[in-house]
Design a protein around this ligand. Structure first.
Ligand code: AMP
Ligand code: MG
Length: 481
């Protein structure tokens, strides 16, 4: 492991050094050997993964720390937050020389825990572990994890559950909320902090005339791309607060997230989000809202030779890149999923008609695209009450595809339409077994979700392929974690 201890070169006002506090009776959960390999873990570290992923062993080269940040939660200013139950335990280089954070979640209380116990429960750890892996394998920028451990220690949530820890990896744990904290409480740190963010994460911006504007534009564009990918795979993050979005546009902090099954754009997995702020269909506009909040924190960075009003306008102008970037990536990806040429003037409308059918017929998002890809048009139609609407769609669809290079379009579809996503009931089954110390289902799902675009008949079960029948009650996802 090669270390790059860069976060602790920042002002100590931005973090608190402390060690993890291990749980009683820590035991192996699951280890992502391929990721450890990517991160160049030595054989000795690999052999000690349980100790590392349970906070019993830390590294001499890095003094663990909890970061402070702030945030807007559910649209309201929440003031100071921070790593209340996680510690940055190392920053290391991967095979490509990129710096990756190792963050141990559930490592005990910190000065930023507020009323919380500093712990994470096995249920939420399994959910985050599998979801990070699923998104990475789907090609969506996201945190991941080297491994997780369970324990014998009870942790109180709605009921008593088992405590667990997960060693999360991310290219960045600097959240939009970091800027909010600094601007609110330690404004003098803002110039240097921003400079470091640019050097570490967007060095190409240093060569531009206005690095801060170039940086802002990059953050905005990367966030737009990430959210377009969420929409395409049907992922609903669930808690898009400004403290849960980072500055590199990679998915972070999974709470009551979910993958869309039956297509319901106003679907939400977070049952405590009564106003439906973070529904699937709201994600693009919430991303915009969060970035607008974030940009406000760059206002004090107006260069000396710059007119203040002009600076504000130029910052606001950066946000004008958000929507076109989102639409470009979303439309391109949707055409690919549909097997339609992205340059054809009717492709997007035709895709929207398909989505409206999925919505009104309550068809499964993932399975319907797979059926389209397999030309199983009759199977989709058989599931429709309004068969004529589907026939109308199909006529338009086939007329666009006529005279096109179908072989290439179909090959593109195979790269864009997963056979497997992490359905709530799949995660739930893995959790129930894990709680009885059986991690075989975690292992099976881990393998299945490693190659979501590859049909794996030997490994799949019927339940992996579609929603549970409508008379089976839905898995209720608790927002406590
Ligand atoms: P989240 O919405 O899960 O990202 O959490 C929001 C804030 O609450 C973050 O600052 C977390 O560190 C903190 N937090 C969440 N759960 C706990 C817990 N059990 N103990 C301490 N802090 C927590
Ligand atoms: Mg969070």
């Amino acid at each position: 492991m090669q270390f790059n201890t860069r976060y602790s070169t920042l002002s100590p006002k931005l973090y608190h050094h402390q060690l993890p506090s291990p749980l009683k009776g820590a035991k192996a959960g699951h280890f992502n050997a391929a990721l450890a390999e990517q991160l160049e873990w030595s054989d000795k570290d690999k052999a000690q993964w349980v100790e590392i992923c349970s906070g019993q062993k830390t590294f001499e080269e890095f003094e663990p720390l909890a970061m402070v940040y702030a945030g807007h939660q559910f649209g309201q200013w929440a003031g100071q937050l921070g790593d209340g139950r996680g510690l940055l335990i190392a920053q290391i280089l991967n095979k490509q020389g990129q710096t990756i954070d190792l963050h141990l979640k559930g490592a005990g209380s910190t000065p930023y825990s507020r009323m919380g116990d500093g712990r994470a429960v096995l249920r939420s750890v399994v959910r985050e572990y599998l979801a990070g892996h699923a998104l990475n394998s789907l090609g969506v920028a996201s945190s991941n994890a080297v491994g997780f451990t369970s324990s014998e220690q009870g942790v109180q949530r709605e009921k008593l559950e088992l405590g667990a820890m997960m060693l999360r990896t991310s290219d960045c744990h600097i959240r939009l909320g970091h800027f909010e904290w600094i601007n609110q409480y330690q404004g003098d740190l803002l110039p240097e902090f921003t400079q470091k963010c640019i050097e570490w994460h967007y060095p190409e911006c240093l060569d531009t005339e206005q690095p801060i504007l170039a940086f802002a534009t990059q953050v905005i564009q990367r966030t737009a791309v990430m959210i377009s990918h969420w929409q395409l795979v049907g992922f609903a993050h669930g808690v898009m607060n400004t403290d849960n979005l980072n500055i590199t546009g990679s998915t972070l902090d999974f709470g009551p997230y979910g993958f869309m099954e039956r297509f319901r754009p106003n679907w939400i997995n977070n049952h405590s989000d009564y106003q439906g702020r973070y529904t699937y269909q709201q994600q693009p506009s919430i991303g915009h809202w969060n970035l607008w909040q974030w940009l406000n924190n760059l206002v004090p960075l107006c260069p000396a030779n710059y007119d203040k009003e002009q600076w504000k306008d130029d910052l606001a102008q950066c946000l004008e890149h958000y929507e076109p970037t989102f639409l470009e990536h979303y439309k391109m990806g949707l055409s690919q999923k549909m097997g339609l040429p992205s340059f054809h003037k009717d492709s997007f409308d035709c895709a929207m008609i398909f989505l409206r059918i999925l919505q009104s017929e309550q068809l499964d998002y993932t399975l319907s695209f797979i059926r389209l890809q397999n030309h199983e048009y009759e199977a989709i139609k058989d599931d429709c009450l309004d068969r004529r609407a589907f026939e109308g769609f199909l006529a338009q669809y086939e007329s666009i595809r006529e005279h096109q290079d179908i072989i290439t379009l179909d090959a593109e579809m195979e790269k864009a339409n997963p056979h497997y996503i992490l359905r709530n009931h799949m995660a739930q089954k893995a959790i129930e077994l894990a709680e009885r110390n059986d991690f075989s289902e975690v292992e099976r799902l881990f393998t299945l979700l490693s190659q979501p675009y590859l049909k794996q008949p030997e490994l799949e079960t019927t339940e992996d392929l579609g929603p549970l029948p409508s008379d089976v009650p839905e898995v209720m996802v608790s927002c406590s974690s």
